[in-house]
Design a protein around this ligand. Structure first.
Ligand SMILES: Cc1ncc(COP(=O)(O)O)c(C=O)c1O
Length: 401
């Protein structure tokens, strides 16, 4: 036997905090208990029928079974660009400014891999969707973070954000090359205004860094809120790329379809690295995704309404049960402060207790980094009946403490 060889890269990835809650959940289920599970951001419905029908039709054609195009078939890239034009009035070139990706996570990780030099610094506000930070760690870079501040309505405190950003730019060494933004935000649901992006683009140009914007939850908005795109800002393409996914809007998480658009250099780098790594998504999936983007916004609206209803039922019933929560304006999550009397436990112990005593699984905020401590994330992936049952369990749990 030879001496153990260290795998430094993989060792930089911590054990998933969510695993601790997951293990208890699985053990309880094996013991026959009914756990109401709000812990994952995994949509619970099927993809819309016309999109499945298109997939089947395309899968029956022999010519669609070979290797595909790693950056996506032209028609899909065109549909992506048309989506941006229709929605945001942003013109994009399907050849040089758009890539279809295997879910937005794949595109993000590979972009970061392609453009990060060893030691490069990225700014990622926290709490954060874990891969937003760890993609840089895996790529040999490092992350500087600051706390994302928002008000009681989950609106980002933009003034504070820019103040923190300026401090980060002055403090971090070497000077950060990238900033990651994700609004509507996972896990906090926080939202921003179009003015936020105007200021951000101005700062990025002056301070010379790239912005990677993730709008995975762009369609899941409520009470009249509309998700802005950074690319709506004049000249944003000089410094920014943006990603979107069909996972949430179309219940297509398992299909692995997303895209990234914007800055030609960054998109070129992603296209190039993908051409070395993959042969593209299965062509029938790309054809069905094209049809989804071109023709099925009506299906997105049905999915949005489902989450809106669940959000209303959850917030109202949990409030009645004694857990005070304000309705978020966006995403498929509720980001809830741990009830006062349990604050001392911290989010991991509180989540375990909620699971054991109330049979309700949530994600501990600390799993999204140190700035998530004191909170839990509740995903709207159980139906209204189950949400009401969870509220009854929680009421008992809070009354028995
Ligand atoms: C903010 C955010 N970005 C990206 C993703 C990844 O989505 P996908 O790779 O399915 O497109 C998720 C999934 O939960 C997410 O929350």
């Amino acid at each position: 036997m030879f001496e153990e060889i260290r795998f430094n890269k993989i060792e930089r990835l911590p054990k998933y905090v969510f695993a601790a809650v997951n293990e208890i959940k699985m053990a309880a289920r094996r013991a026959g208990e009914d756990i109401i599970d709000f812990s994952m951001g995994n949509p619970d419905g099927p993809a819309p029928k016309p999109i499945i029908d298109k997939l089947i039709e395309a899968a029956k054609k022999p010519k669609n079974h070979g290797y595909s195009a790693s950056k996506g078939i032209y028609k899909l890239r065109l549909a992506i660009c048309n989506w941006y034009e229709r929605r945001y009035g942003v013109a994009l070139d399907p050849e040089t400014e758009a890539v279809a990706t295997m879910g937005s996570k794949e595109g993000y990780v590979h972009l970061v891999h392609a453009v990060t030099n060893p030691g490069d610094v990225a700014i990622v506000p926290g709490p954060t969707y874990p891969i937003h930070s760890y993609a840089f760690i895996l790529a040999g870079g490092s992350v500087h973070n600051f706390k994302l501040d928002f008000d009681e309505y989950y609106e980002v405190d933009e003034e504070k954000f820019f103040k923190n950003l300026h401090s980060a730019l002055n403090e971090a060494f070497p000077k950060p090359k990238f900033l990651v933004v994700n609004f509507p935000h996972n896990p906090s649901t926080a939202t921003v205004t179009p003015e936020f992006y105007k200021e951000l683009v101005k700062i990025a140009k002056k301070e010379r860094f790239y912005i990677i914007s993730d709008i995975a939850y762009a369609d899941l908005t409520y009470d009249g809120y509309k998700t802005p795109s950074i690319l709506e800002v004049d000249g944003a393409k000089d410094v920014a790329v943006e990603s979107f996914t069909l996972s949430k809007s179309y219940n297509m998480a398992g299909w692995r379809v997303g895209f990234m658009v914007g800055n030609e250099r960054l998109i070129g780098a992603l296209q190039k690295i993908k051409s070395w790594i993959d042969y593209g998504m299965f062509t029938p999936i790309q054809i069905a995704a094209t049809v989804a983007l071109d023709y099925h916004e009506d299906e997105v609206e049905k999915i949005r309404l489902k989450y809106e209803k669940r959000r209303d039922v959850l917030v109202e019933s949990f409030n009645k049960a004694g857990w005070e929560i304000v309705k978020p304006k966006a995403t498929m999550f509720v980001w809830a402060k741990i009830p006062k009397e349990f604050e001392h436990l911290g989010s991991l112990e509180f989540s375990k207790k909620l699971l054991t005593d109330a049979k309700v699984a949530v994600s501990p905020g600390v799993g999204f980094g140190e700035f998530g401590e004191g909170w839990v994330r509740i995903a709207l992936i159980e139906n209204e009946k189950r949400i009401r049952q969870a509220a009854r369990n929680i009421k008992k749990f809070l009354n028995n403490r």
